[in-house]
Design a binder for this molecule. Structure first.
Ligand SMILES: [Zn+2]
Length: 226
């Protein structure tokens, strides 16, 4: 990141939000990790049960190293659950596992924002890697073309973060609906799972806010040059 100017002040509130969100998700996860779901299913078992009841038994579930590394891979059509979620029987484990199944359900139903997000992933990765070097080179060399190329690339990364929001919120909605309907969690257990998913959603909101504020910062820098 480029701190040679005063515009970095723009992103400080969003970065603080990101830190708070990170702390909240860790706290919610560790709190709800200590609450065992009464049905006693592990994250992997809960995910498998939801997949089966939706006719998606072909989707494989496998353990993944690390913590909070859980994801659905639409290309491999696989759900990868971090070890504490895979084998854990807590409200946190079951909630996160069901969220990843939520993405598999989105994929199976052709949910457009998921497709769009997946299509943006590669360009957004390239964009966010190249955008700042290009923009900084543009600023240092006084080249508006380079700066504009950086801004354009960064816009792709921002779009990715923004499209991620409905995808994540919708996956959590699907997860909680499935957990309720299937009886995997009792009604009074849902708020515990929901608190973990809400905290996780806040981290995506914060990431999008950081990206949007960085884009605004680039636009301000460009404006100051003109
Ligand atoms: Zn997700």
């Amino acid at each position: 990141m480029f701190f040679g100017d005063a515009t970095y002040i723009l992103i400080i509130p969003a970065m603080i939000l990101a830190l708070i969100a990170q702390a909240m998700v860790q706290r919610a996860f560790s709190t709800q990790s200590r609450v065992r779901a009464r049905r006693g299913l592990s994250g992997a078992e809960a995910a498998a049960a939801i997949l089966r009841s939706n006719g998606l038994a072909a989707i494989e579930i496998e353990p993944q190293r690390g913590s909070l590394t859980d994801h659905y891979d639409p290309r491999a059509r696989r759900i990868r659950l971090s070890e504490p979620v895979y084998g854990g029987t807590s409200l946190a484990a079951v909630g996160v596992a069901a969220h990843e199944v939520g993405h598999a359900l989105q994929d199976a139903s052709g949910y457009l924002p998921l497709r769009f997000r997946h299509g943006l992933l590669g360009p957004a990765q390239i964009g966010s890697t190249l955008a700042w070097p290009l923009a900084i080179a543009g600023l240092l060399m006084g080249s508006n073309q380079l700066l504009d190329a950086g801004i354009l690339l960064f816009s792709g990364a921002v779009l990715f973060h923004v499209v991620t929001l409905p995808v994540e919120l919708n996956a959590s909605q699907r997860a909680l609906a499935q957990l309720t309907r299937s009886g995997i969690l009792a009604e009074d257990e849902i708020p515990g799972a929901r608190s973990v998913l809400r905290a996780a959603a806040l981290t995506y909101i914060a990431a999008a806010a950081v990206a949007v504020m960085n884009l605004i910062r680039l636009l301000v820098l460009r404006d100051n040059r003109d």
